[in-house]
Design a protein around this ligand. Structure first.
Ligand code: OS5
Length: 227
C-alpha cells in the first residue's frame, strides 16, 4: 500500500480526477480514498491544514491502512529567491520552525530526544530526480520549514529562511516526516510553489493554489508508476 497525502482538497482532487474509480472510507473525522493505479494499491487523503491534522492522518494511513511508503503532494511558499511560483522542490530535510524552547538554552526547532532536521528517504529522492530528468522537469531540492502559520510577512519569512537556511515553508511536512521516521516508513515530500511567503502572499496563494497543486500531483502520479 502506498499513501498519498495532501493538506487541502485542492491538493488531492487532481489525483482523484485522474484515478476516477475509488472507494471512500470514513474514519477519524476524515475520508480515505482507496484506489488502484498501475497495479499499485493507493490510499489517498487530505489531512486538513496544519501539523496536528497532518500527523494524525499520516499515522492512520500507516497504522490502519498499512501504508509502506508515504508521498506528500501540495504547495508551499518560497523562501529561496531562486524558487519561483510553479517551481517544484522536494524536501531533503525538514524542520519545525515554530518549535521553541529556547528559554531553556535549546536552539530553535529542537526538543530533547529529537533532532532539529529530519531527512527524507534517499531512494525516493533519487527516483524523483531520475523521473524529472527523463521528463525535462527542473526539480529542485532543499530544506522545508514547517509551522502552524501561513507566512505572509517579510520579517517572518526572513527569520525562517536565515534561522534554518530553509528554501520553502509550509504547514505539514515536518510533522509527516516525524511520524514516518518514527514508524520506519520511507517518505517523500513534494511541493510546488504557490507564493513567495512575503507581504500579500495570500493573494498569490489564492491565484496559484490549484495550478501549482496540479503540477505536484502530476509528478506524484508519474512516481507511482515507477514504484
Ligand atoms: O496547508 C496550508 C499550508 N500550505 C502550504 C503553503 C504555505 N504555508 C505557509 N506559508 C505560506 N506562505 C504557504 N504557501 C503555501 C497551504 C495551506 C495554507 S492555509 C490556506 C487556508 C486557505 C483557506 N481558508 N479557508 N478556506 C481556504 C476555505 C474553506 C472554508 C471552510 C472549510 C474549508 C475550506
Amino acid at each position: 500500500m502506498i499513501a498519498i497525502l495532501g493538506a487541502m482538497p485542492e491538493e488531492i482532487t487532481p489525483l482523484l480526477d485522474a484515478l476516477k474509480d475509488y472507494e471512500e472510507i470514513r474514519y477519524a473525522n476524515n475520508v480515505f480514498y482507496l484506489a488502484k493505479f498501475k497495479d499499485k494499491e493507493l490510499v489517498i487523503a487530505y489531512s486538513k491544514i496544519g501539523k496536528v491534522n497532518a500527523a494524525l492522518t499520516a499515522t492512520i494511513m500507516i497504522e490502519k491502512f498499512k501504508a509502506q511508503k508515504l508521498l506528500f503532494t501540495g504547495v508551499a511558499g518560497a523562501l529561496n529567491e531562486n524558487l519561483k511560483i510553479k517551481d517544484m522542490l522536494y524536501a531533503e530535510s525538514l524542520v519545525q520552525h515554530d518549535l521553541d524552547i529556547t528559554a531553556f538554552g535549546h536552539p530553535h526547532g529542537f526538543v530533547p530526544g529529537t533532532s532539529i532536521f529530519m531527512k527524507s528517504d534517499g531512494n525516493l529522492n533519487v527516483l524523483a530526480t531520475k523521473i524529472a530528468k527523463q521528463k525535462g522537469i527542473n526539480l529542485k531540492s532543499g530544506i522545508i520549514a514547517t509551522g502552524d502559520q501561513f507566512i505572509c510577512e517579510q520579517s517572518k519569512k526572513d527569520w525562517i529562511k536565515n534561522t534554518f537556511k530553509a528554501d520553502a515553508t509550509e504547514m505539514e511536512g515536518a510533522s509527516v516526516a516525524l511520524v514516518c521516521e518514527s514508524l520506519n516508513v520511507p517518505f517523500f515530500i513534494l511541493r510546488a510553489i504557490s507564493d513567495e511567503a512575503g507581504g500579500g502572499a495570500e493573494f498569490d496563494f489564492d491565484e496559484f493554489l490549484q495550478s501549482s497543486a496540479n503540477i505536484s500531483a502530476d509528478f506524484i502520479l508519474s512516481m507511482i508508476e515507477e514504484l
